[in-house]
Design a protein around this ligand. Sequence first.
Ligand code: SF4
Length: 382
Amino acid sequence: MFTRLYIHIPYCQRKCPYCAFFSEEIAGTDLNAYASLVQHEMHLTAQATAPRQKLESIYFGGGTPSLLDPHLIAALIRQAGTLFELADDAEITLEANPGTVDFTRLAGFRQAGVTRLSLGIQSFDDRMLHELGRIHTSQQAREAFAAARQAGFDNIGIDLIHALPGQTGPMWRTELKQALNLAPEHISIYGLTIEEGTPFDLRYDSGSPLLPDEDMAAEMFEAADDVLEAKGYGHYEIANYARAGFRSRHNSGYWKRDGYLGLGAGAHSFLRDAGHGTRFSNSADLKEYGAALLNNTLPRQGIMKLTRADAMAEFLFLGLRMAEGVEFESFEREFKTGLEDVFGREIRQLLERELLTEDSFGIRLTRRGMLLSNQVFQRFLP
Ligand code: SF4
């Protein structure tokens, strides 16, 4: 069972040198053909799924979904509404690269039924954008934002990256100020990580003097917290801030372990079932993905039925990502046993290290815990 639909578009105009997401340079690829494959996958999935699922959200992620023409996005949304049931107030998000959109295109997406735009701005500093290999300038990003407003988007999120090569604390504060000048509804902030196998991996080793050290990265994280909270953006998840009423409903579903179906090459799924849920992914080989579908087979692999221990660990490390943390009552409702009975020792140790805080409702990460979240999550792994 699923209530959320994710559609992966694994193409970008140009590959950014820091990026480890599954995407390829578009280089003349026919996106109509890719969209047809996704439509076929949706059709096969609907046939194999009973009863008809009600969708609360759809998310077009990538890669660069804004490379798809609006009529293809419209067709995918229409098909989802026909094969499944689309809630009247469904949140439909499209990730857009500012270098791929103008007013006409954005108006087309809005008309297609997209309700929320996630704009990958990353930085307002042209030198940083150049270093990141982005295809847009900061001016183009501002223009894309203004065009999105003009096209009728009243729910826009922007992405920023901090701890960039050569970035200082004052430079980061300037970035935050520029983000606030746009007055988006939602702001996501990621720290740059050097991913294995990317060109950045060769360019910067972990001790590179150009990369802000851990203390500086922590200061930047805290500055974002102070500056954005003061302007009314609630820090509702480790990397996410939103004005009241504008949290990403789709992404919140991931952290609450809602079932979601992922379509497209490389997409991941989590289906709720009578047990503790099943996770699987689609082949991230575009040829293999296409061949399976042409053969009327779903391109699924790595099918994993979760054990009770897996599900409990997930409940903790996904739930703790959110500001509300994990409620004692909801854990007990889900697993018919107390949180302290299962993870009492781990929780006590993390409370002592001031990475967690606890009250009568549940546990949540402290600010330090958010900074060191990976260390916290590891403690709950089975
Ligand atoms: S546009 Fe986004 S998905 Fe595409 S290469 Fe750059 S960072 Fe990766």
